[in-house]
Design a protein around this ligand. Structure first.
Ligand code: ADP
Length: 273
């Protein structure tokens, strides 16, 4: 079930002095099973792009399809497809609003009309999955949690919707190293254990190069590079830098590959930073 963008352009503030073409003719297919990293500097169009993936924004021109269905349609079928794509926004903890953690996570599945039993089951599973003990946390206020924990609640709320795709916009922004690690572990698990296709937006090459199997570099509303992270990292460093991406030293990359138990080729080791 791919998500496909065909010649997608998006304009903010059409017919105003603030007109801004944030996406310019994007062609992109996200395949099931991918872990896609999207990187680019602030204002390059990343958020605008990912908001097209679940029909939050509709293209000014061009088309987005989810499993072949136009995501902009108002039909039941299109709605169903959009629900297969879960979205975790920047600073998702700002969207927590219920009195208890369990109620907050239940909000989405309840809205989709699932039975109370099914909702309760999903809440338990989602909490379990993000590592929040049900007995200990279900009835607590989400606002008593640490930043990393609040973000886990927000992610659990999306996981409880059982999405096929999970889109995360800067999920580690503002967290301390421990909180970041927590979140990334969970995202990797969602991908590896639940088989969820992940699209992760970041401006941080380190985060992406350690997780994604495909890297998309966006600059000025256009896709500049699309390929294997290691390949781009090794062979397109100048283009990456030109796109405003902070390129970490190769030694960092080697460290990450080793952490993940992945082989480090001689090609990588011999790069002189
Ligand atoms: P990124 O996520 O890479 O930081 P965005 O997609 O947020 O980039 O923004 C792309 C461009 O669109 C930027 O120039 C930004 O200023 C502009 N933009 C984003 N949101 C709006 C909006 N709501 N109204 C007007 N312009 C916007």
């Amino acid at each position: 079930m791919p998500i496909k963008l065909e010649a997608v352009s998006y304009v903010y503030g059409e017919n105003t002095p603030y007109r801004k073409e944030a996406l310019k003719g994007i062609n992109l297919t996200i395949n099931e099973g991918d872990f896609v990293g999207i990187i680019g500097h602030t204002g390059s169009g990343k958020s605008t792009l990912v908001q097209h993936l679940n029909g939050l924004l509709h293209p000014s021109t061009g088309r987005v399809t989810i499993n072949g269905v136009d995501a902009a349609l108002k039909t039941e079928e299109a709605k169903l497809m959009r629900h297969k794509v879960g979205m975790v926004f920047q600073y998702p903890e700002h969207q927590l609003f219920e009195e208890t953690i369990a109620q907050d996570i239940a909000f989405g599945p309840k809205n989709l009309g699932f039975s109370d039993t099914e909702v309760a089951q999903r809440v338990r599973e989602a909490m379990d999955f993000v590592g929040l003990d049900y007995e200990m946390y279900a009835e607590r206020s989400p606002f008593q949690l640490s930043g990393g924990q609040m973000r886990r609640v927000a992610i659990a709320g999306v996981v409880a919707l059982n999405p096929d795709y999970l889109i995360l916009d800067e999920p580690s922004a503002g967290l301390d190293p421990f909180g970041r690690e927590e979140i990334f572990q969970k995202i990797m698990e969602l991908h590896e254990k639940k088989g969820i296709t992940v699209v992760l937006v970041s401006h941080n090459m380190e985060d992406i190069s350690r997780m994604a199997n495909r890297l998309i570099v966006i600059d000025d509303g256009q896709i500049q590079l699309d390929g294997k992270p290691l390949d781009i990292f090794m062979n397109q460093r100048e283009k990456l830098q030109a796109a405003g991406v902070d390129v970490p030293p190769v030694s960092k990359l080697i460290e990450y590959l080793r952490q993940r138990g992945l082989p480090v080729s001689q090609e990588v080791i011999s790069v002189d930073d």
